[in-house]
Design a protein around this ligand. Structure first.
Ligand code: GDP
Ligand code: ZN
Length: 466
């Protein structure tokens, strides 16, 4: 990573728009832009104050490329922590390219993916978990994931880890000091206070590790499998939930052989609906592949919506009840909602009869008409009830990043070794090793411990210009 180079990239979305933003960062940023910028008021850009705006022209020799607005960030008062100039130009891709090409010729280098944010990290403007939150923030497409990314970016999670790390570091030095006096059998590190710290750390680590289950679901959406025989109305239901015609609805049984996935945000929580082919026994090869796929999809989902057609259910209820029990036994821990569709085809009494028959099964039951959009809201509420958003509402820290999760697990393992050492009175030198190891994993999260490969992996997932 060469911080002495000055980098340039388009920071706004690629393609044409009303305006575009070109970001230049690095030691030469202001000099290089000043070379091609002619301010309307004829002032030297280099002599202007930080955080000021300047109107002028970008010129390639005598040729004017565009009239632009330049924002100046001097010293380390910028996102990247180094001199930065942001050029707002007109949004044509031609102008964007002309300006970037010009700056490259003048000595800038094209920024790599995430390099602005990586510099921000390397220059101490944010820690690693905050930098990663920037990527999440850009990718967040619903209220909940946005809230989590925002909290992480503001440092909620890393502050907590950094504080514990510091306390632990303190004890590590005291214990290591004891090693220097090993002949004299002294204890600089108060073992009672240390025990207390080790307990607190375990508590926090466990809470953060547990939060990952919630965080992961919120970040990626909750997968819901819609299961049912061909023609029960899966696609119609999906459309009703999505409120648009994305899935294919057809009258020919068995047409939904390919699974369709679609996303929907209910109450700020993302759901991923997976339309499956049902589990009807069949000799048809294509269909039996579909059934196998259905089971795989159920396996991967967190909620099962099991759909039946009201008219058929009326006639074949005993067969269907066996099917429901089969699914319940196969996936005992997955929330299951039995949905009777097409209730517009039955009388009130017939619907009541079905409800009675299913009472003993002790499953959640919804009666709907997907076609008439009846009962859809109740079904949505039912779905929401499966999501534990308690942590989110209480504004607790939620871990969403797999890398952090892995480091937290490893840190907990090490801390448990330290705990064991305390319980069994092991020697200070062995204890010191475990503590150092735990500190290492803490540091991995916040970026106090890094290597080029790790950084490369993290920032490669960013887009260029961020
Ligand atoms: P899929 O094979 O399970 O995806 O079923 P589709 O969504 O393709 O629906 C099959 C047929 O049932 C279509 O003709 C739909 O219009 C019809 N259908 C779906 N929902 C309802 C409903 O609530 N009432 C009635 N009467 N027909 C429905
Ligand atoms: Zn379908």
């Amino acid at each position: 990573m060469i911080l002495s180079e000055t980098i340039v990239a388009l920071a706004s979305a690629s393609g044409a728009g009303a305006v575009a933003l070109i970001r230049v960062s690095g030691p030469q940023a202001i000099d290089l832009v000043a070379d091609v910028f002619q301010p309307v008021k004829n002032k030297d850009l280099r002599k202007q104050k930080t955080h000021t705006l300047h109107l002028g022209f970008i010129k390639d020799d005598e040729k004017i490329i565009d009239q632009v607005l330049v924002s100046l960030f001097k010293g380390n008062n910028s996102y990247t922590g180094e001199p930065t100039v942001e050029i707002s130009c007109h949004g044509s891709t031609f102008i964007q390219q002309q300006i970037i090409q010009l700056l490259l010729r003048k000595g800038c280098r094209m920024a790599t993916a995430g390099e602005f944010t990586m510099r921000s990290f390397l220059n101490g403007k944010m820690d690693l978990s905050q930098a990663e939150a920037v990527a999440d923030l850009i990718a967040s497409d619903n209220e909940a994931s946005h809230q989590i990314a925002m909290q992480q970016m503001r440092g909620g999670f890393s502050n907590e880890i950094a504080k514990l790390r510091e306390e632990l570091l303190n004890f590590a030095s005291l214990i290591e000091l004891e090693l220097d006096f090993s002949e004299e059998d002294v204890e600089f590190a108060d073992r009672t206070a240390f025990r207390d710290l080790v307990n607190r750390i375990q508590f926090v680590l466990k809470r953060l590790i547990d939060s990952f289950a919630v965080g992961n679901v919120i970040k990626n959406g909750i997968p819901v499998a819609i299961v049912g025989e061909p023609n029960v109305g899966k696609s119609t239901l999906l459309n009703a939930l999505l409120n648009e015609e994305r899935a294919i609805v057809s009258d020919i049984a068995g047409t939904t052989r390919d699974t369709i996935e679609d996303e929907l945000v209910i109450d700020g929580i993302g759901f991923r609906f997976i339309d499956t082919a049902g589990i009807r026994e069949t000799k048809d090869v294509v269909e039996s592949i579909g059934i196998q796929k259905t089971f795989e999809k159920i396996e991967q989902s967190q909620v099962i919506l099991y759909l039946f057609e009201s008219l058929k259910f009326k006639v074949q209820s005993s067969e269907y009840i066996i099917e429901i029990e089969k699914i319940k036994n196969q996936f005992p821990l997955k929330p299951l909602v039995v949905v009777i569709n097409k209730i517009d085809l039955l009388s009130e009494t017939e619907i009541l009869n079905i409800k009675k028959q299913l009472e003993t099964l002790n499953v959640k039951l919804e009666t709907i008409s997907a076609k008439n959009k009846e009962g859809i809201d109740t079904l949505k509420k039912q779905l929401i009830s499966f999501v534990n958003t308690g942590a989110l509402r209480n504004n607790e820290t939620i871990v969403t990043n797999t890398r952090h999760y892995d480091s937290l697990i490893k840190a907990l393992e090490e801390i448990q070794k330290v705990q064991y050492g305390l319980d069994t009175n092991i020697s200070a030198d062995l204890m010191a090793i475990d503590i150092r190891q735990a500190l290492y994993y803490f540091g991995e999260i916040t970026g106090q411990v890094t290597n080029d490969e790790l950084l490369g992996n993290i920032f490669a997932n960013f887009c260029i210009g961020k």
